[in-house]
Design a binder for this molecule. Structure first.
Ligand SMILES: Cc1cc2nc3c(=O)[nH]c(=O)nc-3n(C[C@H](O)[C@H](O)[C@H](O)COP(=O)(O)OP(=O)(O)OC[C@H]3O[C@@H](n4cnc5c(N)ncnc54)[C@H](O)[C@@H]3O)c2cc1C
Length: 392
């Protein structure tokens, strides 16, 4: 099996109410940059291929090409209007394995083509689910929630994968994700078994990409690309799930309403209920909205139901898994400053952190670091503000 069984980066595009979410253009931008370097290094001509599913969606192809796609393969069908996982999985897998499509993209390599080389999905609520089911269909692996990607040649010796012998894995996608509370990078590789006794391929090398981490390329209205229609095979069996009505539930937390946002994290642990009430008082003084770190949304501490249902909820999470904010003032109390949290608040104009641990990474992200426990610091801040009647 040669490497040229695989080619191109396929980017799965996701529409919400017929519109492109920003992560789509970010993925295309990253794919474009990776592939430009790849083609130079390996003297090849592989393509960025966008997969677009929906109903009346062809006109979106132009935007995708302007943002880096060489080809857009679109499937237009009334049954694809809303994302139904079973149907989307089937159609994306059909496109990924389709030899006719592959021939249209690169006729010179059509005979060898088996599957895409790499495949990207957005790591949002739809993409996280869809990526896993598509990769089951394509019988390969998936790295989820990735925020750094590189392509390189890696020399590896592994008891099973390489039968204990050193093997060079060319064109390997190194997929990085922050783990262990965001303080350690994990590199995930999806490698073929090259051991003759258990030979097996693992392509496409695939991942879901965290929104907001990669830059789109500058759109170029003169970029050339090709748009190809794909006619999916959808049978009765696939149509068992029907969407009868659809309603987007709007967040009740409006971070744009306020100039100031106060977030709290696991540092509330010693007196959770009391500390949250203190934070409420400070928020009142500052006319601020209240945010939380991701672990708080998992309700890690026992507090009254009214506090828990108001604050310990996903809607208030700041970071890669929640909201991106840019207030005039951001106060982080009891928050360590993991990179996923920082990603959500780094555009704040002025940042104050309250934390007893001077070595917390949040110290590097703030304009004022108040070393101390929130139980001691917040009452003093409130007292001082009341004296000065300070209102933002
Ligand atoms: C894929 C993925 C996505 C993620 N997405 C997000 C995300 O969107 N948002 C997010 O926030 N996290 C996210 N995380 C989790 C993230 O990695 C961290 O685990 C999390 O942000 C840590 O939360 P924390 O700061 O509340 O807790 P900790 O890291 O436990 O920090 C608690 C802090 O409180 C301080 N403290 C202790 N006592 C007090 C006191 N009395 N007063 C004041 N401070 C005190 C401590 O010194 C410490 O710095 C994600 C993780 C993964 C793997």
């Amino acid at each position: 099996m040669t490497e040229e069984n695989y080619q191109h980066i396929y980017v799965v595009i996701e529409l919400e109410e017929g519109k492109l979410a920003p992560v789509n253009l970010e993925m295309l931008g990253k794919a474009r940059r990776l592939l430009d370097n790849f083609n130079k290094k390996y003297k090849s001509d592989e393509k960025v291929v966008a997969i677009l599913l929906g109903y009346n969606v062809k006109q979106i192809s132009k935007t995708l090409i302007e943002h880096g796609a060489d080809f857009v393969i679109y499937a237009d069908h009334p049954k694809l209007k809303d994302v139904i996982n079973t149907i989307y999985t089937k159609v994306i897998a059909q496109i990924a394995k389709d030899k006719e499509i592959a021939t249209k993209i690169s006729p010179e390599n059509a005979k060898n083509f088996k599957k895409p080389r790499y495949m990207f999905f957005g790591a949002d609520s739809i993409g996280r689910h869809l990526s896993s089911t598509v990769l089951v269909e394509l019988e390969s692996g998936l790295a989820s929630d990735i925020n750094k990607l590189e392509i390189s040649d890696i020399k590896l010796t592994h008891q099973y994968k390489t039968d204990g012998k050193p093997v060079i894995y060319e064109k390997t996608l190194e997929m990085y994700r922050p783990d262990f509370s965001g303080f350690l990078w994990t590199t995930i590789l999806c490698l073929d078994n090259k051991n003759p006794s258990i030979e097996r391929e693992y392509h496409p090398q695939s991942c879901s990409i965290i929104p907001g981490v990669f830059e789109p390329i500058k759109p170029d209205s003169k970029r050339k690309g090709e748009v190809i229609q794909f006619s999916p095979t959808i049978d009765e069996q696939d149509l068992k799930i029907k969407i009868l009505s659809r309603k987007i539930i709007k967040s009740e937390v409006d971070f744009d309403r306020c100039k100031a946002i106060i977030s709290f994290g696991r540092g509330i642990k010693d007196f959770p209920e009391k500390n949250i009430k203190l934070i409420e008082d400070l928020a009142k003084q500052l006319d601020a909205e209240i945010g939380v770190s991701l672990p708080i949304s998992k309700k890690p501490f026992a507090v009254s139901e009214s506090i828990s249902s108001k604050y310990m909820i996903p809607d208030r999470v700041i970071g890669t898994s929640g909201k991106k904010i840019s207030p005039m003032l951001y106060v982080a109390t009891g928050i360590s400053g993991a990179m996923q949290h920082v990603e959500g608040m780094k555009d704040s104009e002025f940042v104050v952190a309250i934390n007893p641990d001077e070595n917390s990474p949040i110290k590097d992200e703030c304009d004022i670091f108040i070393k101390g426990r929130m139980e001691d610091v917040i009452p003093k801040l409130i007292e001082e503000m009341k004296k000065q009647s300070l209102v933002v």
